[in-house]
Design a protein. Structure first.
Length: 418
């Protein structure tokens, strides 16, 4: 299957600047509104799950999961998704994007057919496993079967699970492509293709792998892209394999994260960061914290340095064995681990409810990663305690011009942050 304009319509490009911005209305729980003006060509807003004409069994799963009212993105995006439209949807972190496409998938699949009907790609193994849990929970009363195909796990077990019959597959691009080429996953039965965290998936190393998977799907497959950020280059790439998509996009200059207090500390020397972090460890009143570094080597170094000073921390990055990563995430989710040091591996969509402080030991490399990182707290209306990062004095002007919200400078008197 090619990516020529003959395969996918050009009409998206013709109207990509779309109608006038739509401010929308939202009166749901705090923190769930899509902040700022919308660039959208879909104006239907459905404010109740009951009004979406969903399957009764699916509604039971939604309410059993704890949802009472759709979030802003769910009010706008679920309907075009379940109507079979290609959709590009964007909302700030923690506003229910995973449930948006999970509900849409479960509404459309036929569970009497033991074939994979929906494929979800995610950038990390942990995110894929989290999505799997959401799909299984929401589809509990439908008896929907969902399997995660991720690297670092047993290939034979993947093949066995797929051959036994599953309705939804979620996975990382490499393992999913492997299962398709082995013919364990039948691509011709897939009618819905979802890219979660689409900016990460399309703009980095996964781009070619996604295309390899996509070209094996049927030409009429429905495509859904969801992410907290949607840079222009991602929109341009998505044009190649989407047909007249529904757009629900937040204007870039309006993209913020409500409910999160943001601070920075000006550090004159790199060596002072560690001392400052150790001071903060004892004085900040936190339930759990995530500390972000830009490299795996820095994660290992910082973890060892804090262990040497008798601070209890755990660490996770992409070089670790899959089983070890699962154990670390389980410990952090259950609260037995209080502080987790990681790379941007954890910044994409991982929801740990108790996180009340996010510390950027290294400055994020771009605006999008900044949003994803600090979005680990304050998810789904829960107010995060704070987001903090260390910067040198020469970066302060850059920060004011390039980060999405004005930050407040604080001294090391950390009682001011409580």
């Amino acid at each position: 299957m090619s990516y020529s304009p003959e395969t996918r319509s050009e009409s998206w490009q013709e109207d990509k600047n779309g109608p006038a911005k739509d401010q929308g209305n939202y009166d749901g729980p705090p923190g769930l509104d899509t902040v700022g003006a919308l660039d959208t060509n879909w104006h239907e807003v459905v404010e109740s799950f009951d009004d979406m004409k969903l399957k009764e069994e699916l509604l039971r799963g939604i309410y059993a999961y704890g949802f009472e009212k759709p979030s802003a993105i769910q009010q706008r995006a679920i309907m075009p998704c379940i109507q079979g439209r290609d959709v590009i949807a964007q909302a700030q972190s923690g506003t229910g994007k995973t449930a948006t496409f999970s509900i849409s998938i479960l509404q459309q699949i036929d569970t009497s057919i033991r074939e994979c009907q929906a494929l979800i790609l995610a950038p990390t193994r942990e995110l894929a496993q989290q999505i799997q849990k959401v799909v299984i929970a929401l589809g509990d009363h439908l008896n929907a079967k969902c399997h995660a195909c991720i690297g670092g796990t047993n290939v034979r077990e993947d093949i066995r699970q797929l051959e036994s019959g599953v309705h939804v597959v979620v996975g990382t691009p490499g393992r999913v492509y492997d299962m398709i080429t082995r013919r364990a996953l039948r691509a011709n039965t897939i009618k819905l293709f979802v890219l979660d965290e689409a900016d990460e998936m399309l703009s980095r190393g996964f781009k070619d792998q996604i295309h390899d998977v996509f070209k094996m799907l049927s030409s009429d497959v429905q495509v859904i892209l969801l992410s907290a950020t949607m840079p222009d280059d991602v929109l341009e790439v998505s044009r190649c394999f989407m047909r007249e998509p529904v757009r629900i996009l937040v204007q870039k200059e309006e993209l913020t994260l409500e409910g999160i207090k943001q601070f920075f500390i000006s550090i004159e020397m790199e060596d002072w960061k560690l001392d400052t972090l150790c001071d903060l460890y004892d004085t900040l009143s936190i339930a759990q914290a995530v500390i972000f570094c830009n490299t795996r080597r820095k994660v290992d170094w910082l973890t060892e340095s804090m262990h040497t000073r008798d601070f209890t921390v755990s660490a996770m990055h992409g070089d670790m064995d899959q089983r070890e990563r699962e154990v670390i995430m389980r410990q952090f989710r259950t609260g037995s681990s209080r502080v987790l040091i990681t790379t941007d591996l954890l910044a994409r969509g991982i929801d740990v409810q108790q996180v009340s402080c996010v510390i950027n030991y290294d400055l994020p490399t771009n605006r999008e990663n900044y949003i994803h990182r600090i979005g680990r707290g304050g998810r789904f209306g829960r107010k995060a305690h704070s987001s903090l990062y260390f910067v040198s004095c020469i970066l302060l002007r850059y920060l004011n011009e390039n980060l999405p919200t004005e930050l407040l400078k604080r001294t090391l008197d950390t009682t001011m942050w409580k």
